[in-house]
Design a protein around this ligand. Structure first.
Ligand SMILES: Nc1ncnc2c1ncn2[C@@H]1O[C@H](COP(=O)(O)OP(=O)(O)OP(=O)(O)O)[C@@H](O)[C@H]1O
Length: 675
């Protein structure tokens, strides 16, 4: 099903509309949750609503004419007749405040609209077209920035003459460059995104690309910026009115009322306090609500409450485990879940805890920053991982020691939107990775390979979460781990190589800087950083991964795809992890580069006795590197076995189909005949 859209003049797939609707729903839901959790935000929202309603409906709500002079009523204090008292002309202050609100808020909204329109027009043009357009517009902004804004606004307002309109124009004329500069940088950050380039290559005109793709992507931040800056504009307009540059007396306006009340601050403080507190409350409310909106649009800032939630869960689960007697009481008192897990591994032998519904889901994902962290984190500081910790407790313990990573009954599902049902992604996954072993993970697209990899790295991100099952990393039960425990393990114990190297590489840092950062992240705390030693280590690593020394000072965009993938491999092994998860590391490469990268991975794995999970669609690739293969389909592990038996005697029909699907290298008969 398709729907037309007036913006693109094209057609949008029904599923895309649904996705857009679901994004809107998610935003509304997050906003609702943010408001529900924050009584102050609700209180300020209520205040703002009252101020707006009173300002708009001043003529209906107030029983007094805000302009009518009655000297007999002058400077009356607040009373039942005049709730906020009267001013020196005997005018009702509340009535003037309400009518003044219409002027102040109206002028602020119009000024913001003017500023945003100008800022958008100029910021979009400068950011999208670049070149001389950008240069001219940026220089113009620089010139305007070189004047003190308030002084320039006062000078402009004086030139234009008193009145609310000239005030608005003056405020807008000095405020737009700051907005234009921010909008320009938003545009710069999205203009080279794939979807914008795709639209350009489809021949869509620039104004349409700007109107749909670019503006659509930056609408959220713009909305936040507007809300956050509304308070500033209200203040600027009030300040200039206070200086006598705004609305002409006797018309009311908050800033002008402040000015009028200034002379009576001792004998009639309500004249000053009423507009002052109203401005204060309105500005505070718009600023605070801008922050709330930002939290709803950028879910990462919601991590705080989630972390608290998880902490609660954690203490609950530890207690529950203690009560049920499944785990030793020592687990409760141990300094770290890592240590607990290792102790459990050492002591319990095959005593794996029963599956629990308390899954430890971590909040992060595929985004670049999180992936960078898979190669760098806080020093493990003597984490007693399984190596050597199991001691000599017979064959069973030795067997456990050899298993560096395992999943038991692992289930992952996508949390439902309100009212919907959970979508299972992984079901009852069981796998074991032995020391020094390479385990191939194959399956069609969407079978859940990457989700499993992210779960094994503790990198599942909402809406995905572990619902049951256990992951043991080097003997440690990770169910109780928090973000920080995972952070310590990632990079130093288990590392991740992504399909697209640019997912892991920061485009503005050199290769050397990025490798040094990973290395420094796991340096023992307090250990002195010897720059030349670190550099030497990084250079050696570059050499080991087949890269020339000059790559050290180069940026990712200066490298070929194969070189970038080598850098990512170097980042993954820089802290000598025992386990590597390589998620289709060669898919984006040509065949010969692919072969060289495979050779590099195999060599590094062999030389360092690392364990590796190699994820791929390609059975031929996995046959060359893996010792064992797990086949996944629809989120389930349907077959496991050593390479030979899986290739020669596949049990499952699906595995047989996969093997049959391997393309033949034979030259097709019609080409042979042509020869
Ligand atoms: N954030 C998410 N929210 C909801 N569903 C998701 C999310 N991420 C992945 N999925 C779903 O999980 C399933 C498995 O996806 P996953 O990326 O793990 O597959 P894959 O086997 O790695 O595929 P590919 O080889 O194409 O990368 C898919 O049906 C996908 O739609």
């Amino acid at each position: 099903m398709w729907r037309s859209t007036s913006l693109t003049d094209g057609w949008i797939r029904e599923s895309d509309w649904n996705r857009r609707d679901s994004m809107d729903n998610r935003f509304r839901q997050r906003l609702f949750v943010a408001l529900k959790k924050d009584p102050l935000a609700v209180f300020l929202l209520a205040i703002l609503a009252v101020v707006i309603v009173m300002s708009i409906g001043g003529a209906w709500f107030s029983g007094y004419d805000p302009l009518k002079v009655d000297y007999k009523q002058a400077l009356l204090p607040p009373s039942g007749d005049h709730w906020l008292g009267t001013d020196n002309y005997g005018r009702d202050v509340l009535s003037r405040l309400m009518h003044g609100g219409a002027s102040s808020l109206g002028a602020s909204v119009l000024a913001v609209s003017l500023i945003i329109s100008l800022g958008l027009l100029i910021g979009l043009a400068a950011g999208y077209f670049g070149g001389w357009v950008d240069m001219v517009l940026t220089r113009l902004m620089d010139v305007l920035f070189s004047f003190p804004q308030l002084v320039l606004a006062i000078a402009l307002a004086s030139l234009l003459g008193p009145g609310l309109m000239s005030l608005m124009i003056a405020v807008a004329a000095v405020a737009w460059p700051s907005f234009a500069r921010i909008f320009r940088s938003y545009v710069l950050s999205v203009r080279n995104e794939g979807y914008v380039l795709a639209a350009k290559t489809s021949g869509i005109p620039a104004w349409k690309i700007i109107g749909t793709h670019i503006l659509g992507s930056i609408a959220g931040p713009i909305l936040v910026l507007v809300t956050l800056d509304m308070g500033n504009i209200i203040l600027s307009i009030a300040s200039m009115s206070f200086l006598g540059l705004g609305i002409r007396p006797p018309q009311p306006e908050w800033g002008a009322m402040l000015n009028e009340g200034r002379a009576y601050i001792e004998e009639a403080p309500w004249l000053f306090l009423a507009p002052g507190l109203t401005i204060f409350a309105t500005v505070l409310a718009t600023n605070y609500l801008g922050d709330t909106l930002k939290d709803a649009l950028e879910p990462r800032t919601l991590h705080m409450p989630r972390l608290f939630e998880r902490r609660k869960k954690r203490s609950g689960s530890v207690e529950a485990m203690g009560q049920s007697g499944r785990e030793s009481a020592a687990g409760d008192q141990g300094p770290s879940p890592l240590a607990q897990g290792t102790a459990q591994a050492a002591e319990s032998g095959s005593r794996l805890p029963a599956h629990t519904k308390r899954g430890a889901s971590a909040n992060s994902g595929r985004e670049r920053s999180a992936l960078a962290k898979t190669s760098g984190a806080v020093p493990p500081g003597g984490m007693p991982f399984a190596a050597g910790a199991a001691g000599s407790r017979g064959d069973q313990a030795a067997e456990n020691r050899a298993c560096v990573l395992s999943a038991e009954g692992l289930c992952v599902s996508a949390r439902a939107e309100r009212g919907g049902s959970r979508k299972p992604i992984l079901e009852d996954i069981g796998l074991q990775l032995q020391r020094g072993e390479c385990l191939g993970l194959v399956g069609e697209s969407g079978s859940g390979k990457s989700t499993l990899a992210l779960a094994l790295m503790g990198l599942l991100r909402s809406p995905l979460e572990t619902t049951s099952g256990t992951i043991r990393l080097l003997g440690a039960d990770t169910r109780l781990w928090e973000w920080n425990d995972w952070r310590k393990a990632r990079g130093s114990r288990i590392a991740y190589i992504t399909q697209d190297p640019m997912d892991s590489l920061n485009p503005v840092l050199t290769v050397g800087e990025q490798l040094q950062e990973c290395l420094a992240a796991h340096r023992e705390s307090g250990a002195a950083a010897n720059k030349s030693e670190i550099k030497a280590k990084v250079l050696k690593l570059l050499q080991q991964t087949g890269l020339a020394a000059e790559v050290y000072g180069q940026y990712p965009h200066q490298l070929s795809g194969g070189m970038r993938q080598r850098v990512v491999i170097a980042m993954a092994i820089v802290n000598e992890p025992q386990i590597i998860i390589a998620d289709e590391p060669t898919t984006a490469l040509d065949v010969s580069t692919q072969a060289r990268i495979m050779e590099l991975l195999a060599t590094l794995q062999r030389e360092r006795n690392m364990s590796m999970i190699f994820i791929t669609h390609d059975l031929r690739l996995v046959a060359n590197i893996a010792d064992r293969i797990c086949v996944m389909k629809n989120g389930r592990m349907i077959e496991q076995g050593d390479v030979r038996s899986l290739f020669t005697e596949p049990r499952e029909a699906y595995t047989q189909q996969l093997l049959k699907a391997i393309p033949s290298l034979r030259i097709p008969p019609h080409i042979r005949q042509a020869k």
